[in-house]
Design a protein around this ligand. Structure first.
Ligand code: PEP
Ligand code: MN
Length: 365
């Protein structure tokens, strides 16, 4: 396969970051028109609307279907703005192209299924249209990349990834937990791929849209997709997370855009000093880890000689508790300290198990 990293930037994107906005679902011609007209007043690059809605449970509104594309074509022509819709099978692709949609997106419930993605990819053979690929609902980077590769192999070169968070059984403040590290890992593997954020589906409520958008922009995302509705409280789908066009404008105006680099000499030299201090501290962290490893190996050897198990739960509880307390005294985030020592302890168990089971290995000193 050709190098996926040769994905080029989209022709339709001139300003970065850019915004895509529109209703979760096209409901009526009037709702779509009023919403999009309101959106046009703000600095929005592209319209969106859901035409077929993949709902988690039956009985919810499942989209208006083909007629919604007719409305969207009229609206986008009248407002002179490009439009994006979601496609989930070959028929959707055919219809979206028939009504001259400018961009198609693959939703989270489709990205998760390679058969579906391949069906869409096959329908796109020979077509030149930008495709946005949302992350799969489960936190699986390979599946997300696999979907991008399938679309790329169909000949599509204008591709963007859209981060909309991941489902979880546990209740969190998010509708879909962001797990930012997965999107960042994707961007590191495919640096030329534009990365967008969907704060509406991550947050699930209006008040979270601004902080999530700001975080995405701080992480250097290329754009946002924000669900917008002329009457959000009465929306037929995702009512809690949609905002009015006015609120959309306020959100976009409040986002602080930061640059990735600066031409200011003084700033760059101070930054370099600060970074070298951080490099130094990181080096010390690793030297301490190496010192810990020597102790852990000795401990494993000693337990082995005395026929004692690698893991003692009371010791682990004590480690966990004391480190959390020490962390608090040092003004460190408790959750972070917990995660860090879980990782350190897992490594300690792995090392000791290796010592226990490796007959040949001799630990020096
Ligand atoms: C949507 O954008 O309307 C949508 C259905 O989102 P997701 O695929 O992220 O659930
Ligand atoms: Mn939605």
């Amino acid at each position: 396969m050709e190098d996926i990293q040769s994905i080029k930037s989209w022709d339709v994107i001139r300003d970065v970051p850019f915004a895509i906005a529109g209703p979760c679902s096209a409901e009526t011609e009037e709702q779509l028109y009023t919403t999009c007209k309101g959106i046009k007043e703000h600095d929005i690059t592209m319209l969106r609307a859901g035409i077929w809605k993949p709902r988690t449970r039956p009985g919810s509104f499942e989209g208006v279907g083909e007629v919604g594309l007719q409305w969207m074509e009229k609206v986008k022509t009248e407002l002179n703005m490009p439009a994006a819709v979601e496609v989930a099978n070959a028929k959707h692709v055919e219809l979206a192209l028939k009504y001259n949609m400018d961009v198609l997106w693959i939703g989270a419930r489709s990205t998760v299924n390679p058969f579906t993605v391949q069906e869409i990819a096959d329908a796109l053979q020979g077509v030149n249209i930008p495709i946005i690929i949302k992350n799969p609902i489960n936190p699986d980077l390979a599946l997300w990349k696999g979907a991008i590769e399938r679309i790329y192999m169909a000949g599509i070169r204008q591709i963007a990834a859209l981060h909309r968070g991941f489902s979880s059984f546990e209740k969190t403040k998010y509708r879909n937990v962001p797990m930012w590290q997965i999107a960042i890992a994707l961007k590191s593997d495919m640096p030329n791929l534009p990365l967008l954020c969907d704060p509406s589906h991550i947050g699930g409520t209006r008040d979270l849209i601004l902080p999530i958008s700001q975080k995405a922009i701080d992480l250097n995302y290329d754009g946002l997709m924000i669900e917008t509705h002329c009457d959000p409280d009465n929306a037929w789908s995702d009512a809690k997370q949609q905002v009015t066009p006015e609120r959309l404008g306020e959100i976009l105006d409040s986002i602080k855009i930061r640059k990735t680099t600066s031409d200011n000499q003084e700033f760059n030299s101070i930054l370099e000093t600060m970074r070298s201090q951080i490099d130094h501290v990181d080096r010390e962290i690793l030297e301490n880890m190496a010192a810990r490893k020597v102790l852990v190996d000795k401990l494993g050897e000693y337990k082995k000689e005395n026929n004692v198990t690698v893991f003692q739960s009371d010791r682990w509880l004590q480690v966990f508790k004391t480190r959390a307390d020490w962390g608090t005294q040092l003004n460190l985030d408790t959750e972070f300290v917990g995660k860090l020592f879980k990782l350190i302890h897992d490594e300690s168990i792995r090392l000791q198990s290796k010592v226990m089971n490796d007959k040949k290995e001799k630990i020096s000193k």
